[in-house]
Design a protein around this ligand. Sequence first.
Ligand code: ZN
Length: 274
Amino acid sequence: MEKAVDLDVLARRTPGFTGADLENLLNEAAILAARKNKKQLGMQDAEEAIDRILAGPAKKSKIISEKEKEMVAFHEVGHALLAKLLPNADPVHKISILPRGFALGYTLQLPLEDKYLITKEELLERIIVFLGGRVAEELVFNELSSGAHNDLERATELARRMVCEYGMSNLGVRTFGKQNRQVFLGKDLGEQKDYGNVTADAIDKEVSIIFSKCYEQARYLLSKNRDKMAAIAKELREKETMEGEDFNKYFDLIKPEEIAPIEPPKTDQGPLFA
Ligand code: ZN
């Protein structure tokens, strides 16, 4: 029996959707269900409709080499595994290696509830999860692909915000630069610099420290859980899409030492979660 449409999950997957967007989503889901000669809408149809609207239809015909598929699978499992292992990261809802739009795969995390504030630990863990794809590629293939470009951009942006906007670095509690964001125009008009070159260098240094500590942490956790990573990547490779439940079953027998406490890697830059 297919799962019925879970309105709570739908709402969390579609933040910012208007009434008209939701109507469109349900129409799309109904068309997908009808194509399969189904009499009722199921959660699977709704999920597929969301994926189509957000990222474009799955391109089953897109030709990707076996090697690339393998790399994409490990890349996505790298993200998912870190999301599972880190105590404050949002749970994994779905992992897919079906190419859609420009993406070759994706890992979807969903918060358990709406969040309005985010702590330093949560931000650091988000950066670690972003870096997981690249680190997995490096560990398994000893090769780097361009697939991590967007992850690295988002991780850098978060690290910069921690330093410049949230006062979460050794530079102390002040902000650097005024962001000229015109939210209603959807434009980022760039930064108005209110600091000198020496401070600019210090900011860059802080960003690199956060970045390299997070990278080390990602490497440490993934190398410690390499077997699990390989097993999940194998299943993902065969099924192409894994729901959160399929993924979580690998952790039924998880040993406490695999999750917590996370032993920080040795670094000359001090502990990560200081
Ligand atoms: Zn990625």
